[in-house]
Design a protein around this ligand. Structure first.
Ligand code: ADP
Ligand code: MG
Length: 404
């Protein structure tokens, strides 16, 4: 589960991470009011969407010469103009895809005088099974480009869960950022607070880009500040964080995936033509693999789970069919605890209810399989039965090609 930048910053601030002051705004007037609460003289108006690259992004409605989704403003009038430009319009960035994302929320934040921009991220390193801090002096730009062109400028520091975050981890982060003296101490402190936030929220990812060094001014020295934060949580841990669940913005989520989550279905949209309905993630993976082996691609990953019943199967059918790319459906279900005859009844009822218009191949195996097959055969529907996984994949590919 991902959250907006302003929510991420409010959360990180609670863990003691230094962020500039700022306020969220849903309307132009709110944006101006937010700026009034800030010290000025520089304000930054930032589009809040669940995608990065906003600064270099373009608004579909504004033409190619208009500024992007992160704008500096020197007066309240400039704040008003920037907010009016962004709200309701569609921001296209390298991360949104060409359709872009509508901007419904803004963040108005204190403008910071930047001396240098760094990159610092925390994520789970699946190879070592540890939380890894990824630091680079090359901040403010696309980290994938840095990784590609100058991989030596990216440093990963793993934290052993048995010791937790130790002072040497902080020094390693500071060294990776080539910081000395007071700024090195600040970097160690930021890293340690981010680690606390990562653990404390069951985060999956905390990406700070940029982590900025401010220009020293008067008698106040240079400061490290988090200027952008992308935070995502482990969805499976959200039951422990009811307060974080409240930060969910459903308008940012894929409508089909959202609908699926209401029925406790694990659904992920993919790019192929064949809709899959399967129980169990392992079986879903195998089903996708064998579709590929037979020369086509799955249109989705859909796991109806162990307790598949008629309601779930119907919801799953509707979700699969709401995808116009689907040219055929392969149902591959193993009746373990769930009996095949119950599943077959669910499939027949669902297929009738949704007026199935694409080929449907069903492979059932397990408890009461013969009764299940009989129900499908006697349904009067054009359901193609299959005997095993290979047979099912060959049949759905053949049916889809025949229908084309
Ligand atoms: P995105 O990564 O989506 O483009 P950022 O929040 O990183 O959005 O903003 C892009 C750039 O805008 C930053 O790299 C930084 O140079 C500048 N910026 C962002 N926030 C501030 C701020 N509060 N003060 C000054 N400059 C900022
Ligand atoms: Mg950024």
């Amino acid at each position: 589960m991902n959250i907006h930048e302003y929510q991420a910053k409010e959360l990180l601030a609670k863990f003691g991470v230094p962020v500039p002051a700022g306020y969220a705004a849903m309307t132009v007037d709110e944006a101006v009011d937010a700026a009034k609460k800030l010290p000025g003289p520089l304000y930054v108006v930032k589009a809040q969407i669940h995608a990065g690259g906003r600064g270099k992004g373009k608004f579909k409605e504004l033409g190619p010469d208009a500024k992007g989704g992160v704008r500096l403003a020197k007066t309240l009038d400039e704040v008003r103009a920037a907010a009016a430009d962004m709200l309701g319009n569609t921001l296209v960035t390298v991360q949104t895809g060409e359709h872009g994302k509508q901007v419904n929320r803004l963040y108005v934040t204190d403008g910071v005088d930047i001396a240098k921009e760094f990159y610092l991220a925390l994520l789970v390193n699946r190879a070592t099974g540890r939380i890894s801090m990824v630091a680079s002096t090359e901040g403010g730009m696309d980290i994938e480009t840095v990784a590609h062109d100058t991989p030596e400028k990216i440093h990963a520091i793993d934290v052993d869960p048995a010791t937790g975050f130790m002072p040497h981890h902080g020094r390693a982060v500071a060294a990776a950022l080539e910081l000395k003296g007071d700024l090195a101490k600040q970097a160690a402190n930021v890293a340690s607070k981010l680690y606390d936030a990562f653990l404390g929220t069951d985060a999956e990812q905390i990406e700070i880009n940029p982590l900025a060094v401010t220009e020293a001014s008067g008698d106040s020295g240079a400061k490290l500040m988090v200027l952008d934060a992308k935070v995502g949580f482990d969805g499976n841990a959200m039951f422990r964080h009811k307060d974080l669940l409240a930060l969910r913005d459903e308008t940012e989520e894929d409508p089909a995936e959202l609908e699926a989550s209401k029925y406790d279905l694990a659904y992920i949209k993919l790019d192929g033509d064949i809709g899959c309905m399967v129980n169990g993630a392992g079986l879903a993976m195998a089903t996708m693999d064998i579709i590929k082996l037979n020369g086509m691609f799955p249109a989705n990953f859909l796991d109806v789970g162990g307790g598949a019943n008629k309601e779930k199967v119907t919801a799953a059918f509707k979700i699969i069919l709401s995808d116009p790319a689907v040219k055929g459906i392969l149902v591959n279900i193993f009746g373990g605890i769930m009996r095949c005859d119950i599943i077959a009844e669910g499939i027949v009822a669902a297929a009738k209810e949704v007026n199935l218009s694409v080929p449907l191949v069903v492979r059932l195996e397990g408890t009461n399989v013969q009764q299940g097959k009989d129900i499908l055969a006697n349904s009067g529907l054009a359901i193609v039965p299959a005997n095993d996984l290979g047979d099912a994949a060959q049949k759905i590919v053949a049916e889809v090609k025949k229908a084309a």
